[in-house]
Each structure stands twice: as C-alpha cells, then as structure tokens.
Design a protein around this ligand. Structure first.
Ligand code: CA
Length: 245
C-alpha cells in the first residue's frame, strides 16, 4: 500500500521536519511561500487571517511563524503581541512580513516580540536563510544535519541511518518516523502526535497504522541481541532513547 505520505517523503528526501505556519492573506504570496518551504523540506500550514492563525497555533504547534503585518481584521502586530503574552507560545520564533519599511515600524515590530523582520518584496533565498537561522537558534534538533542517540545515527543530508557500523535500510515512512522520534529523545509521543508529525493532519490513516510502522522500524533497527531503542508506553505512545535499565 502506498500512502500519500509515502509519496511526499519520496519527493522531499532531505526533510528538516520542522513545521512552519504561514499567516498571509495574499493568496499568491502564500502559495509561493508554501511551495518554497515544502521544497526545502518543511511542513507548512497556512492561515489567511488572524483568527485562523491563533487556532492553528494552538492545534498545530508550529516551530516557526511567518506573520504578515497587514491582515484583515486583526493585524499581525496584534497577533504577535497575543502570542507573546501566552506562556505556551511565548518562545515560538516569529518573522514578520511587511510592506512597510520605515524604521519606526521596524522598531515597533521587534518591540512587540517578533524575532526578525522582512520587508516585501523580499528575496526568497534570503527569507529561507533567515527561517533556517532562526530555527537553528530556537530548536537546533529541528535543523541539525545529524541526529544521534545511543548507537543510532540519522544523517539528514545523506538520508542515511546507521546503527553502530551497520547501515540500516528504511522505507520512507519508517525513516520519517525515526527522524520524528529522534527529534524528541526521552519524550513520550502519543500516536496522535506521531500521526500529525509523520503523516500530516490531512492523511486518512488511523492510529493502528502507527503501531504497524513502529513494528517495521524496530525490525529494521534491531539485529540479534541489540537493544530496542523504542519503548512502548502503555496507553500513552512511544518514546525513543529512554531505556529503563
Ligand atoms: Ca497582507
């Protein structure tokens, strides 16, 4: 069976795994941003107004937000202020997008708590570089080229997984699953979180699918007497790199 997520993983082999929320009411620009971010391996969610943006921030927990200043009804500045006032979103990296370039606006944008500020029309390579730089500072494990825990190494640039000196061959879904687990070592991830992170919210797969792919991942990772790097937490989910011995 080939799922949509499998196909997408094939197209984007160097996934960075991070989720970016694009808040932009100009549809063509939103599309350009989505296209370029997805091509760079990011997961993208889009909101065209402030109310949707706040909902998506709560539901999707993005790793970074591209926030347009001029939005219908609630302005980007106001959304930024609200996000900074809430403890769960206080530290989400925010890049403001704006047509205004005056120094006073720039100062106001940064004073509200935005981490960076890009004036339209901006160059896409420059914006992408800033997105990556900000993520590297805020959540280094999301953009690290190599993830490693215990004797397992996942090299994103080479799209290669090794255990000790042995190369581990994984299908695209198992690769993404391992990548997602290795981004949060020691943390219990629920089946719903794994579904969202690996298959995406729009995929029509149920939670038992997660168990099937965890099974395949374990089979590929474990040879002979090697330990199981994934622990099943009864009725809660799975945790990577948290052996209890
Ligand atoms: Ca706008």
């Amino acid at each position: 069976m080939t799922t949509m997520a499998d196909a997408r993983a094939d197209i984007v082999p160097h996934s960075l795994g991070a989720k970016v929320l694009v808040v932009e009411d100009e549809a063509p620009l939103a599309e350009v941003l989505r296209y370029n971010l997805e091509a760079a391996g990011f997961l993208v969610v889009h909101a065209a107004n402030g109310d949707d943006a706040e909902l998506l921030v709560a539901e999707e927990r993005p790793d970074l937000i591209l926030l347009d200043w001029m939005l219908p009804s609630v302005s980007g500045i106001e959304i930024c202020r609200r996000l900074r006032n809430r403890s769960e979103t206080r530290h989400v990296p925010i890049i403001m997008l704006t047509a205004r370039g005056e120094e006073a606006d720039r100062v106001r944008g940064l004073a509200t708590g935005a981490d960076d500020y890009v004036v339209k029309p901006f160059s896409l390579p420059e914006l992408m570089a800033r997105v990556k730089a900000l993520l590297r500072r805020a959540s280094p494990e999301r953009v690290a080229e190599v993830l490693s825990a215990e004797d397992i190494t996942l090299d994103r640039a080479a799209h290669r997984v090794t255990r000790g000196t042995r190369e581990v061959r994984l299908g695209p879904t198992e690769y993404r699953l391992l990548e997602f687990l290795m981004q949060s070592p020691g943390r219990v991830l629920s089946r719903a979180q794994l579904l969202d992170g690996v298959w995406g919210r729009d995929a029509f797969v149920d939670e038992r699918t997660v168990d099937v792919h965890i099974g395949r991942l374990r089979k590929a990772l474990i040879r002979g007497k090697e330990s199981d790097p994934i622990r099943t937490v009864r009725s809660a989910g799975y945790v990577f790199g948290d052996r209890q011995n």
